[in-house]
Design a protein around this ligand. Structure first.
Ligand code: AMP
Length: 340
C-alpha cells in the first residue's frame, strides 16, 4: 500500500496536488477539512460544533478528527493506499494514525511536505476566499490564526516523521506541474526504498532456495544502486534514519511471502528498472549541463582573479622592496654603530 501524508500549511496546494496524485496512483483521498465541511453542509451535530471552531481558524479536537479518519479507513478495506490531506495536524493525531494503520497491517510510506512562506500563503488564501466563498479564507486575521495554529501545533510533526526517515520537503512555489513532478520523483524514491526494505526482510526471514536467494540479492543490490543514483542526481537527500525496527514474520506470512516473492521477483526487477531509468535520464542531462555551467563560471572567476592579483602583486612587491631597503639601511647603521 502507498500511504502518503500530504503536509503543509493552509494554502500550500495540498488539495490541488492530492487530486493529481489520486489520479496517478489510484489512491483514496482523506481530507479532514473536506469531511468537516460536508458535515456542516449536512447540518449534523458534529458539523454544527465544528463550524464555530473552523470559523475562528482553530483546530477541531483530536478525538473528533481521529474518529472520522478511523471510520473512513474502515469503509475502504480494499484501497490501494490513502492520501491524508490536512491530517494529522497534531502529534496525538499522528500517533493515532500510526496505530490505526498498524492494526490494518500497513503504515505511512512518506510525509511529503509542501513548503511555502507565510506571506505567500496569506495572499493565496485571500484569493481562494474570493473565488470559493469559504468563510475561513476571507478574513486575514482568521487566515493568520490558521497559519499560527499550523506553525505551533502541526509543524512539530516534521520531527515526528523525520525520526522515522519518512519526511520529504518539497518546494511548494512554482507551477502546479513542476511541483507535481517533484512529488512524483519523491514517490519513485520512496517506493524503491519500500521495495528494498521488503526484499531485505524477505531475504532475512524466508527460507529461500539458493536460486531465489541469489535473484533476490541481485535485485536488492540493483535497487540499492538505483537509490544511490537517485540521491546522486539530487532528486532526494538522504533522510536521517534514527532507527529501523524489523519485525519477525509469522510462519503463515513466511509461506505466503515466499510464493509471492517467487512470482514477483522478475516483474519487480523489470518495472523498478524501467521507472528509475526513465526518471533518471532527464535529471542526468540537467546535472551534466549544470556541471558544465559551473566549470565555465570557474574559468571566468579564475581569469578575473588573475587580473585582480596582478596590480596587487605589483603593490606588494614595491612594499617588500622598500621594506628590504629600510631594513638594510638600519642594519648598516647598527653595524656602523658597533664598529664605533
Ligand atoms: P483545511 O481544509 O484542511 O484547511 O481545514 C479547514 C479547518 O478544518 C481547519 O482550519 C480546522 O479548523 C479544521 N480541521 C481540518 N482538519 C483538521 C485536523 N486534522 N485537526 C483539527 N482540525 C482540523
Amino acid at each position: 500500500m502507498l500511504n502518503l501524508v500530504l503536509f503543509g500549511p493552509p494554502g500550500a496546494g495540498k488539495g490541488t496536488q492530492s487530486q493529481k496524485l489520486i489520479d496517478k496512483y489510484d489512491l483514496i483521498h482523506l481530507s479532514t477539512g473536506d469531511i468537516l465541511r460536508s458535515e456542516i453542509t449536512k447540518g449534523t451535530k458534529l458539523g454544527l460544533e465544528a463550524k464555530q471552531i473552523m470559523d475562528r481558524g482553530d483546530l477541531v479536537s483530536d478525538d473528533i478528527v481521529i474518529g472520522m479518519i478511523e471510520s473512513k479507513l474502515d469503509a475502504s478495506p480494499d484501497a490501494k493506499g490513502f492520501i491524508f490531506d490536512g491530517f494529522p495536524r497534531t502529534q496525538a493525531q499522528a500517533i493515532a494514525l500510526d496505530d490505526l494503520l498498524q492494526k490494518k497491517g500497513t503504515a505511512i510510506s512518506a510525509m511529503l511536505a509542501l513548503e511555502v512562506d507565510n506571506e505567500e500563503l496569506v495572499k493565496r488564501l485571500l484569493v481562494r476566499g474570493k473565488e470559493s466563498g469559504r468563510a475561513d479564507d476571507q478574513n486575514e486575521t482568521i487566515i493568520r490564526n490558521r497559519v499560527n495554529e499550523y506553525n505551533n501545533k502541526t509543524l512539530p510533526l516534521k520531527k515526528y516523521y523525520s525520526e522515522q526517515a519518512k519526511f520529504h520537503s518539497i518546494k511548494g512555489i512554482g507551477s502546479i506541474d513542476s511541483i507535481f513532478k517533484d512529488l512524483v520523483n519523491r514517490i519513485v524514491f520512496v517506493k524503491a526504498e519500500i521495495e528494498l526494505t521488503m526484499l531485505e526482510s524477505d531475504i532475512e526471514h524466508l527460507d529461500l532456495t539458493i536460486n531465489d536467494f541469489d535473484v533476490a540479492t541481485e535485485i536488492s543490490e540493483e535497487l540499492k544502486q538505483d537509490i544511490a543514483e537517485l540521491r546522486k542526481a539530487e532528486i532526494v537527500t538522504k533522510p536521517k534514519l534514527k532507527s529501523v525496527v524489523k519485525k519477525p514474520a509469522t510462519k503463515k506470512v513466511v509461506v505466503n511471502k515466499k510464493v509471492a516473492l517467487k512470482k514477483t521477483v522478475v516483474k519487480k526487477k523489470v518495472v523498478a528498472k524501467k521507472v528509475l531509468v526513465k526518471k533518471l535520464a532527464p535529471k542526468k542531462v540537467v546535472a551534466k549541463t549544470s556541471i558544465k555551467k559551473v566549470v565555465a563560471k570557474r574559468f571566468v572567476a579564475k581569469k578575473a582573479l588573475t587580473k585582480k592579483k596582478a596590480p596587487a602583486k605589483k603593490v606588494l612587491m614595491k612594499k617588500v622592496v622598500t621594506k628590504k631597503a629600510t631594513a638594510k639601511s638600519s642594519i648598516k647603521k647598527v653595524v656602523a654603530k658597533n664598529k664605533k
